[in-house]
Design a protein around this ligand. Structure first.
Ligand code: SAH
Length: 254
């Protein structure tokens, strides 16, 4: 199978690593697992052995055929051809809380990470292979250069653990960057009460869009907080700032 660059195809070569990645999800026959971009099925073969039900979404028609053929005798796999960014994930999940796994195509990794949070109630755990720089954003604390929108959102709604690196030589073709495998626990009770996800997301996005500006000049924050920048604040302080803004707006409305 000739790898297609426009689909960020980079296939894992090591079965040993594939087994280790799948092992990080601790699957049982009670679990339904969603895999994005199964490629030639190196992770998938362990999923069909360990999970109750496996759903895969693959954009490349040639690979969909290959996977269909490879798993024609497996009864617990459903194969969809499509772009995960355009799928109705709720419909895919048919109401079950899923585990998620993917050696995520690097071209869609950030977009997908936001999509995952928007659909967070459908997922319990995710094990993802990400480019090192993106993985580090998820756990970056203030004062780190990777600290930003992705860090705040993931630290509010998830626990993220970096598990192990995979050097470029384990993939074909060799990617330019090295990868990290992460395990994300999607909290069913988020760390902070955030009752309006969309409003919170766009508030944090605004705060970090001009990350060198003081918050009083971006979101009209008052007092000491107003003199700080978004990148200087911990998630809890940003949550409080957003809540204050919401309260003021609702007083204004009333
Ligand atoms: N899991 C395999 C393949 C990883 S490469 C392995 O580890 O070897 C990434 C895979 O994602 C490829 O199969 C590619 O065709 C697929 N892909 C790329 N963009 C996609 C998208 N938007 N939706 C679903 N699959 C996609």
């Amino acid at each position: 199978m000739c790898p297609k660059k426009f689909l960020s195809q980079s296939f894992l070569k090591s079965k040993g690593i594939a087994k280790k990645i799948v092992g990080a999800l601790s699957l049982t026959k009670e679990d339904t697992v969603l895999e994005i971009g199964p490629g030639t099925g190196i992770l998938t073969q362990f999923l069909v052995e360990q999970a109750g039900k496996v759903i895969v979404v693959e954009k490349d028609r040639d690979l969909v055929r290959l996977i269909g053929d490879k798993f024609k005798n497996s009864k617990n796999i459903i194969i969809y051809e499509g772009d995960i960014l355009k799928q109705d994930i709720k419909e895919l999940s048919s109401g079950l809380r899923l585990k998620l796994i993917s050696n995520l195509p690097y071209s869609i990794s950030k977009k997908f990470l936001y999509l995952l949070l928007e659909n967070r109630e459908l997922f319990s755990y995710a094990v993802l292979t990400l480019q090192r720089e993106v993985a580090q954003r998820l756990i970056a604390q203030k004062d780190k250069k990777q600290h930003g929108l992705l860090s705040i959102m993931y630290q509010c709604f998830c626990n993220t653990e970096i598990l192990f690196p995979i050097p470029p030589s384990f993939f074909y073709p060799r990617p330019k960057v090295s990868s990290l495998v992460v395990r994300i626990e999607i909290l069913s009770n988020p760390r902070y009460q955030i009752d309006d996800y969309k409003s919170f997301f766009s508030f944090i996005k605004t705060c970090f869009a001009s990350r060198r500006k003081m918050l009083k000049n971006i979101v009209g924050a008052k007092g000491e907080l107003g003199k700080k920048r978004a990148e200087d604040l911990i998630p809890e302080e940003l949550v409080n700032l957003w809540r204050m803004g919401q309260r003021n707006r609702s007083i204004g409305d009333g």
